[in-house]
Ligand binder design. Structure first.
Ligand code: ZN
Length: 406
């Protein structure tokens, strides 16, 4: 479906600023037997709203296709760094909200239930809401989970069971939601007046300044600025109490909001002014961004093809959704990249959507003969390159965008 209006302010004030061609949904890794079936590709363009500053996709792939019909493979506790992040999130949230034994918590997009398990251990009454098949893992692990999309019905079911929530939270999930205003109405109906709405969302400022074009994919419908999320929350009577810039997923905003508490408005206003100064709401910024994306694509491809002409074997590291934006935009497929490695058991043995590259266990980098590693998971690139170099000091690395490895 094509966006006719801004999903935050609902005005028809959108300008197309990014065009990345056609892509399959990035998190739908395919099984071997599906390789001969047609795959669906959709235009991956982004729009900027002139009214509220929101940055969103132009074409929405249905939620059913993204999370239910496909074998959605993302697990939120997929690495030691992810688990450390959730522990830090838990510590920060429990101290900020003065978490008490038996407080009620709802997490939407609760995935495998890892974060909720930390709250449950402290005695909180937790409910997860997640439509994807991964929710069954949470249930197996004893995390009560409603396997549905976030809406007034799923929130209502949680409220019936445990009462209104002290905390409703969603991490890297508000940005996956097409009907944001409907989602906010559902959240409002399930949150106590003195409760907190806490979200982590990809940051537009980081996306632009750190050149995270691979954070753009069909599942990421929105990328938020403080300005646009403030606009959305205000529409539903919520005040931002605090915003933190955190490095997770390359750069995210952790937003704490409440109905009846107000935060340091000067600090929030300052962050919005900084976004304006950084020209986040100017079309020209995205024209430059697009020029860089195209230039880098051509540079990387000339490197890749010159190595391939010398019969070098190339593996990519990291089969995240963002790797698929990169592989599909660069049009790198299994004729060029021999395999991709990943640690997730949900992905190993499957193939990347669109590019059809086999996903192998990370160990394949030491057990198979590989000359060049293309770092697609550059957010953990430093850790990966050091690890790979230990086993194979001669390995060459290609880093898209010549980004400094983090
Ligand atoms: Zn808008």
């Amino acid at each position: 479906m094509l966006a006719r209006k801004c999903i935050v302010c609902e005005k028809n004030t959108l300008t197309r600023v990014i065009e990345l061609g056609f892509h399959p949904p990035a998190d739908t890794f395919i099984k071997k037997e599906q390789l001969l079936s047609p795959q669906r590709f959709y235009p991956l363009n982004c729009l900027l709203c002139q009214n509220c500053g929101h940055f969103q996709n132009e074409y929405f792939v249905s939620g059913d296709e993204r999370y239910i019909e496909s074998d959605y493979s993302y697990t939120s506790s997929n690495s030691p760094s992810a688990m450390a992040h959730w522990q830090e999130f838990f510590d920060s949230v429990s101290s900020f909200t003065n978490l008490r034994h038996s407080d009620t918590i709802i997490e939407f997009g609760s995935n495998d239930g890892y974060l909720l398990s930390l709250f449950k251990k402290k005695g909180a009454k937790v409910t997860g809401i997640d439509p994807s098949p991964i929710a069954s893992e949470a249930k197996k692990n004893g995390i009560p989970t409603i396997q549905e999309f976030l809406n007034s019905k799923s929130i209502g079911n949680s409220v019936k069971r445990n009462g209104k929530a002290k905390i409703i939270m969603g991490n890297n999930v508000l940005n996956h939601i097409e009907n944001l205003n409907e989602a906010m109405r559902a959240i409002k109906s399930g949150l106590r007046n003195d409760g907190y709405f806490i979200v982590e969302v990809p940051s537009l400022k980081d996306t632009v300044e750190k050149y995270l074009f691979d954070m753009i994919f069909h599942e990421h419908i929105s990328t938020f600025s403080v300005k646009s999320i403030n606009f959305l929350l205000k529409r539903h009577g919520l005040n931002i109490v605090k915003v933190e810039n955190i490095p997770y997923h390359g750069g995210s905003l952790r937003v704490f909001a409440s109905f009846n508490k107000s935060g340091n408005w000067n600090s929030i206003k300052r962050q919005i002014t900084n976004e304006e100064k950084a020209k986040l709401f100017d079309e020209e910024t995205y024209r430059k961004f697009m020029t860089k994306i195209i230039r880098d694509k051509n540079n990387i491809l000339s490197k890749v093809y010159s190595l391939k002409k010398k019969d070098k074997k190339i593996a990519a590291v990291g089969a995240g959704a963002r790797s698929n934006t990169l592989l599909n935009f660069y049009k790198l497929d299994s004729t060029v990249v021999d395999f991709v490695t990943d640690a997730s058991i949900h992905k190993i043995g499957k193939f990347t959507p669109g590019s059809n590259i086999e996903i192998k266990d990370d160990r394949a980098l030491s057990t198979e003969k590989i000359d060049v590693v293309l770092i697609t998971a550059w957010n953990i690139g430093k850790y990966l390159t050091e690890k790979i170099k230990k086993d194979n000091p001669k390995m060459q690395f290609i880093v898209p965008g010549e980004k400094e490895l983090m």
